[in-house]
Design a protein. Sequence first.
Length: 127
Amino acid sequence: MAKVISTDKAPAAVGPYSQALMAGNILFASGQIPLNPATGEIVGDTAAEQAVQVFGNIKEVLKEAGMSVKDVVKTTVFLTDLSEFAAVNAVYAEHFSEPFPARSCVEVGALPKGARIECEIIAVKSE
């Protein structure tokens, strides 16, 4: 049975899903958008500015699971405009280091609450 991972230091789920589930030593985290957990408001105007909040939220979910970004093995980044890819990539590189997680990045038509970026992760906890 999977264990629910939840923290008030990251935004609460905006629908019927969990922030993350721990299945054995694998963490499956739902997509994070750039919401300030205290206000529920979007932080930043550009995808790069919003990415700072997104990765901060991800770090809080990982921390609640006793993990860090070094445990992340896969990320999926959703952007509403791929022309912002390079700027987001620069922010991404400030939060993840070698060996970098495997990653997909796709453009989508829209994201919840008008966000410009969303990111979901899979992490494996060292035993």
